[in-house]
Structure formats: structure tokens, C-alpha cells
Design a protein around this ligand. Sequence first.
Ligand code: ADP
Ligand code: ADP
Length: 231
Amino acid sequence: EPAIIAQEVHKWYASNKFHVLRGVSLEVTKGEVVVVMGPSGSGKSTFIRTFNALEEYQKGKIIIDGIELSHDLKNIDAVRREVGMVFQQFNLFPHLTVLQNVTLAPIWVRRWKKEKAEEIALQLLEKVGILEQAKKFPGQLSGGQQQRVAIARALAMQPKIMLFDEPTSALDPEMVREVLDTMRSLAQSGMTMVCVTHEVGFAREVADRVVLMADGLLVEEATPDEFFNNP
Ligand code: ADP
Ligand code: ADP
């Protein structure tokens, strides 16, 4: 069974009748890495945000790991447990340490004991290469380090699927590589990933499939080789 099934998803804004998603369908198999590309405003972010119910939609069907997330957002909690997300802005809690940022949701949402949450958090911080920063506050870290904390924080909830929404777009160029390397190793570990990114190198080397959106539609779908080598 696929990890994500999106069928004919439509979303429009009543206020200005803007039809941001005009029937977008996508299936992502378990362990697959899909990169979503396309011009700004084409609906990429809106589309992937429907997968964890950060966006409502008006028509269509979304099934996450076998759980149907109907457009009235039934099953929202069950789906959100399966789906981790990393944003352009890291959205860390500034007054909490790195370690506290990562353990917060496992302790309060998953009801894990502090010791267990910290043990797992430290393993994740080591994996993303920032174990030494565990006691620091986000403001004391570089952008690239903060984004790796955000990745560790999402992984701490043990999601089956990870969504990335332009995770390197807010970073200085010298920080981009360390975040992409973290994403690459996550992909190699078998995580199912959907990534909105303009990073062509990442798409070429890591994606199993590249999809192109334009004007609220999915207009092309190909392997990276096909996608980047055929004009
Ligand atoms: P991308 O990720 O491809 O840049 P988005 O998914 O962010 O595209 O596209 C969002 C589009 O929807 C933009 O054109 C934006 O102006 C429009 N939009 C977002 N929120 C609203 C809203 N509340 N009302 C009307 N249009 C909106
Ligand atoms: P980004 O591209 O940074 O993801 P957007 O420009 O799509 O963000 O949207 C930023 C905020 O502005 C969102 O809360 C969105 O709902 C709102 N917004 C965007 N476009 C419109 C619009 N045309 N009308 C009303 N609200 C909008």
C-alpha cells in the first residue's frame, strides 16, 4: 500500500475565488523520495501541507498510510502522528534549549517519560550532527544548525513520512549543504519523503521522482534523469 495517496485534490479560496489546487493527484510509495518543483505560487506548499492537515481542501481524497484524511479533516490527529514536517523558517521555540525543543512533543503529546525522550533526542541530535549544541538555545546556533534541530524535532515523533517545505531557502549558501546532507542520509535510511525544493543537485542525486507543478496542477512527473536531461 502507498504511503501517500492524493486523488484530485482541489482547494480554492472563497474570498477571491482563487483556485490554488485544481485537481492534483500523487501517489508516493513507502521509502520513496519525491521532489516537488515549480514556480512560486503554483501551489506546491499548499499541496504538501494538505498531507498533514495544515491546509483544508474542498474536494478530493487524501489517504496517509491507509488513514483517510477526508476534507472535513476527520482523523487529523492520527494522520499528524504519521507525518513530520520541516518548514523554511525553522519555527523552534526560542526560549527552550535545543534538547527541550526536541523532547517537548514526545513528552507532552506522546506522554513519554523525560528520560526516554531525552535518550532518543540525544541519539537524533547526534545523527544530525549537533549533539554538542544540545544545551544551547536556538539563537546561539547557525541557521543550518537550527534547521537540523528542526529535522531532529520532527523525527522525535517517529513519523513514517517527512515533508520538507523549502528547507534550505532561508539559509546562507554555506549552510545549505549540511542540511541537504542530513536530508540525504534520512532518505538513505528509507524514510518516505516529499520535498518542495529548488535544489536541483539534491533532486538529481536523491529523488526517486520529480514532479512539476504549475498553476495548481501537476504538469510533469519523471525520474530525475528524465526530468533534467530532457529539455
Ligand atoms: P508555492 O509553494 O508553489 O509557492 P503556494 O502553495 O504557497 O505556492 O501558493 C499559494 C497561492 O495561494 C499563492 O498564490 C497565494 O497568493 C495564494 N493564497 C494563499 N493564501 C491565500 C488566501 N488566504 N486567500 C487567497 N489566496 C491565497
Ligand atoms: P509563502 O509564499 O511565504 O508560503 P503566502 O504568500 O502563500 O506565503 O501566504 C502568506 C500568508 O498570506 C498566508 O497566511 C496566506 O493565507 C495569506 N495570503 C496569501 N495570499 C493571499 C491572498 N491573495 N489573499 C489573502 N490572503 C493571502
